[in-house]
Write a protein that binds this ligand. Structure first.
Ligand SMILES: Nc1ncnc2c1ncn2[C@@H]1O[C@H](COP(=O)(O)OP(=O)(O)OP(=O)(O)O)[C@@H](O)[C@H]1O
Ligand SMILES: [Zn+2]
Length: 598
């Protein structure tokens, strides 16, 4: 049965095209459920839904295709089943990770006219963006965070891609700030959760000798190492189950360790000194109101109570992970964070506030999801040229992108309609020449890496050394002073179907170097190395400006904590930093040691 209103909007011919389109929806959560309903009601011919997760009780308030009885069922299949009875579309559900190259190789993506992202993490978003760039297929990217949201149509070659602008990564902090010199409540929360809690209840590791601590102060480094190893001993104490020893734990963490810190005078030249919590006592007074800020005595009592409970649990659980919904772990982290905050003379917070911060909670709002999904489905008609009388303009001139902003509204307008930008010529993703290299199974098993690298050098005229990076795992496979793997087979170095290799010029030339090239490894016939015919231009090495930072505004993603903090973020990529090859940049990022608040 034809959908009369769709025919009126699109015209008969375009409606037929819509009916014969096959589309991919990645994510069947808050935006995904809304979007699936829209795509079905619009009448797309075939819709594939991919989601790796199962339904949780907390999803039901907004993921309206799911009911209580569906809890623990797969999201993708349940969503398809829930909408089937009103659907005139063929629905195909996959409970899987979209980044699983065995299930979803590049060729699988090529069957779709458009991809819709309804995801909640940067990694998967980046991955689908990359597939869209390889196949030059349009992608409708979307996201919400509370009352804010956005849609961004991405048309490879014509508009900017997801990675053309820098994105805020989850906030990270230098280790020394967390361990020695907290200056905000958040530093104490990160310390309590990622350090104290995990050392006492979750892990058993002591520190490795070469861990970078983000400070050069020898005394401080020594103190941090010693403290970690002593905490390891405290873990033994905790595991003994002897509750009388909680006093020792408390004294070590809030008195002795602080005294040791105070002894490093260098640290306190320009900072207020902490005060150890001397004369502490434990009593029975427990405050049960999670919304108020407790007195320090109530924090101390809560710390003892939570530690007792966790100690008891350790007799049956091997280790305990922090979970914002696990009251014992939350209470421990909240109390420890507040006691430390008081020692460092910082403001205390309620358990409820700490739960939000430590759990990374941004409330998900059904209405925002519905607005964004509505805009995403409507924009897809424009992207696919399905609207009747659609102006034939360059995509960057059409009104296709939207942001919904309540948090920072301009001109009293909730919805605004920014123009899509053209691809950023310095984008690390869409500015790089790329192609697909198909290798036979036999070649994948037996070909040496050196053979492949040699062929790439010859085909794209790299005159000197090149570096080879496996982008999927960020492993360096070869460069000018690392040739150990060149003699190994592709199978031995784990280059397989779905691997993306980034080859960069290592030539030390003043004049010009060749741009990098990216190859997606596909498996198939025929034998031999048939490299794709792509142009890999010569570029001028950029002048190095060491302190240059990217001024483009980051876009925050749902599910991530973006904190107002002025510490410079060592993980932020510099799109315009052409002083290093991407391969080297990736390695450096891996080496930097920071505490991540997840
Ligand atoms: N790599 C991936 N492959 C497939 N699906 C993914 C992948 N990463 C995330 N998803 C799915 O994307 C959806 C995002 O939906 P949403 O943002 O509403 O998150 P949620 O997990 O349902 O809710 P919340 O995080 O708020 O509890 C989730 O259902 C999640 O399982
Ligand atoms: Zn880009």
């Amino acid at each position: 049965m034809a959908n009369a209103s769709a025919v009126r909007l699109l015209g008969q011919e375009n409606y037929e095209r819509l009916r014969s389109s096959r589309v991919l929806l990645v994510g069947a959560g808050g935006i995904g459920c809304e979007l699936l309903k829209n795509l079905v009601l619009m009448g797309f011919g075939e819709i594939h839904i991919v989601d790796l997760d199962i339904i949780d009780l907390s999803n039901l308030n907004r993921q309206f295709l799911f009911r209580q009885r569906d809890i623990k069922q797969a999201k993708a299949t349940t969503a398809a089943r829930a909408i089937e009875h009103v659907s005139n579309s063929k629905l195909v559900a996959h409970q899987a990770n979209i980044m699983d190259v065995n299930q979803f190789p590049l060729a699988w993506f090529s069957q779709f006219s458009i991809f819709f992202n309804a995801l909640d993490n940067l990694e998967a978003r980046r991955y689908v963006n990359q597939m869209a760039q390889y196949l030059r297929k349009p992608l409708l990217e979307s996201g919400t965070a509370g009352f804010d949201g956005y849609i961004q149509p991405i048309i490879p070659g014509a508009t900017e891609c997801f990675d053309c602008t820098t994105k805020e990564t989850p906030k990270t902090f230098p280790v020394c700030t967390i361990r020695s010199t907290p200056s905000q409540p958040i530093h104490c929360i990160v310390w309590a959760k990622n350090f104290l809690f995990s050392q006492l209840f979750a892990s058993s590791g002591s520190m490795s000798a070469d861990e970078d601590l983000g400070t050069d102060n020898v005394e401080e480094i020594e103190r941090i190492r010693q403290e970690t190893n002593e905490l390891h001993e405290l873990q033994e104490l905790i595991r003994s189950g002897d509750k009388t020893r909680i006093r020792d734990v408390f004294e070590k963490v809030f008195v002795k360790d602080i005294e040791k810190l105070l002894a490093i005078e260098e640290l306190w030249k320009a900072r207020e000194k902490p005060t150890p919590l001397y004369n502490f006592k434990f009593d029975e007074k427990i405050n049960k109101n999670l919304n108020t800020v407790w007195t320090i005595q109530e924090q101390v009592n809560a710390f003892v109570l939570a530690t007792e409970k966790l100690m008891q649990r350790l007799s049956s659980e091997k280790q305990i992970e922090f979970d914002k919904d696990d009251p014992d772990t939350l209470l421990f982290v909240a109390a420890a964070a507040n006691i430390r905050a008081s020692v460092f003379k910082l403001p205390l917070k309620s358990v409820f506030d700490i739960k939000q911060i430590a759990g990374g909670i941004i409330p998900a709002i059904a209405t925002t999801n519905a607005i964004i999904a509505g805009l995403s489905s409507l924009a897809s008609l424009r992207v696919l040229n399905l609207l009747k009388n659609q102006p034939k303009a360059n995509p960057t001139e059409l009104n296709m992108a939207f942001t919904a902003k309540a948090s920072n509204m301009s001109n009293n307008r909730y919805l605004s309609n920014p123009q899509l930008g053209p691809p950023n010529p310095r984008c690390p993703v869409c500015s790089i020449a790329r192609g697909v290299l198909t290798l036979s199974q036999n070649d994948l098993d037996t070909m040496r890496l050196s053979e492949l690298v040699g062929a790439v050098q010859e085909k794209y005229s790299y005159s000197g050394e090149v570096s080879v990076l496996d982008k999927s795992t960020q492993r360096l496979l070869a460069d000018f002073d690392f040739e150990d793997l060149l003699n190994k087979t592709l199978a031995e170095v784990k280059v397989a179907r779905g691997t993306i290799l980034l080859i960069s010029d290592e030539q030390d030339s003043e004049e010009s170097i060749r741009a990098p090239v990216e190859l997606y490894i596909e498996q198939g016939e025929p034998e031999g190395i048939n490299l794709p015919d792509i142009e890999v231009p010569l570029i001028k090495p950029a002048v190095v400006e060491p302190d240059e930072t990217n001024s483009e505004e980051g876009v925050s993603m749902p599910g991530e904590i973006i904190l107002d903090e002025d510490d410079k973020n060592p993980k932020k990529r510099h799109l315009d930093d052409a002083s290093e090859t991407p391969a080297k940049k990736a390695l450096k990022t891996e080496e930097e040691h920071v505490v991540i608040l997840d």
